[in-house]
Write a protein that binds this ligand. Sequence first.
Ligand code: ZN
Length: 142
Amino acid sequence: MFRVGTVYVFRVPEDEELVSYLTSFARERGVRAGLVTGIGALKSCVLGFYDRERQEYERIGVDEEVELVSLTGNVSLREGEPFVHVHAVVGRRDGSTVSGHLFEARVFVAEVAVLELPGEVELRRERYGGLWLWEPGPPAHR
Ligand code: ZN
């Protein structure tokens, strides 16, 4: 058995902007690699869908209170600075969901865990598409 890393568990205060709050948290704590998970409720949010042809995100504004059904993502280094990348599934009053890359969210409540991993993960800008991504994995064994 191995014991690795640190898990931070906290509630993000009401009316905070979730993505910038998590980014500030990661920078203040010096988290250089990590995983993010959370649940809660939001007053509004802006999600994104990446259009590969146009190489940019389409923004999906959700201007209503929604359940934060699932917040998931990671922390890496982007040009040496901790960078939080999160996706969300949010639930409407009728139970329908909308989801995508999370640009911003106004918090009602958000219970979040940040699992800090040892070491660091440096993002690199992909030549095509302009996305900042992790290194590709090793070739698959055949
Ligand atoms: Zn994304």
